[in-house]
Design a protein around this ligand. Structure first.
Ligand SMILES: Nc1ncnc2c1ncn2[C@@H]1O[C@H](COP(=O)(O)OP(=O)(O)O)[C@@H](O)[C@H]1O
Ligand SMILES: [Mg+2]
Length: 253
């Protein structure tokens, strides 16, 4: 059976797709077979975050029954399988049953299925949530965002879905930001990973190389730590990663 982890947030732009893509890659690089599903039909950026250009087959084709679940799968160099969405807006929503059918198809070979969910609280969000074994909530250190996290926590409890924790993304270290402690106290959830706002992220998309594909990237290490934490593994960043990063910076690679 494949374990389903959905990556959710209250609003768009928090870094769900960034997290889903890099968490999936980190798990794949630990030797698991992972399938990542883009169920955010309004903001379909999974392929982009994985360094792929628009794909032949998308989740819409699968939903309309034009291609089979397996034909909708694209493969990243790492072996990570993903079902992207397309930029063509359609009336389709990803129903709970269709996600379940897709997940069932993958369960014979995928250790884990990561869902890049649409922002809450529409039908697509609930479809993803109800098909999940556990959820990861991505938020930014803004006070408004904390209310969204609280609401997600309440909805998860109502539906009996376990929340693994919060990924606090785009941290700039400013005084005005909500702190990890404040978020934990207000939401009752653990912040299990903190990721800085960093120009490396934009660069990685421009260069079509996700941060988790670079074995020495500092943000890549954050995702390896997160993936290890979520799957009871040990991860320790190599001591020489810092030297490799300095060398790349000096030689502009
Ligand atoms: N830690 C970060 N540092 C800098 N930019 C980031 C970071 N996380 C995400 N971004 C950028 O923010 C934008 C929104 O991220 P995305 O993952 O698409 O959000 P969502 O899927 O929640 O809508 C993207 O351009 C992404 O590259
Ligand atoms: Mg997204």
């Amino acid at each position: 059976m494949t374990e389903v982890i959905s990556v959710v947030s209250g609003k768009g732009g928090t870094g769900k797709t960034f997290t889903a893509a890099n968490l999936s890659l980190a798990l794949q690089n630990f030797g698991e077979q992972v399938v990542c599903l883009d169920t955010d039909l309004d903001s379909p950026n999974l392929a982009l975050q994985l360094g792929h250009t628009p794909e032949d087959h998308t989740i819409e084709d699968v939903l309309r029954g034009e291609v089979s679940e397996l034909k909708g799968v694209n493969v990243h160099d790492s072996g990570l399988m993903f079902v992207p969405s397309s930029l063509h807006l359609t009336d389709d929503t990803v129903s709970e049953e269709r996600i379940r059918e897709m997940v069932d198809r993958f369960s014979s070979f995928a250790d884990r299925t990561v869902i890049d969910a649409p922002p809450g609280f529409n039908e697509g969000f609930y479809s993803s949530m109800r098909n999940s074994d556990r959820m990861l909530v991505v938020t930014n250190p803004e006070y408004q965002a904390i209310n969204d996290v609280r609401k997600i926590a309440e909805e998860a409890e109502k539906h009996g879905v376990n929340i693994e924790g919060v990924v606090l993304n785009k941290v700039e270290g400013m005084l005005e930001e909500a702190s990890k402690e404040e978020i934990e106290k207000t939401t009752g959830l653990d912040v299990i990973q903190t990721i800085p706002h960093h120009k490396e992220v934009r660069k990685s998309i421009h260069q079509m190389e996700p941060v988790a594909s670079d074995p020495h990237s500092k943000i890549g290490h954050s995702f390896r730590e997160l993936a290890a934490n979520m799957t009871d593994r040990e991860f320790k960043a190599p001591w020489y990663s810092k030297i490799v990063r300095s060398w790349k910076k000096l030689t502009r690679r």
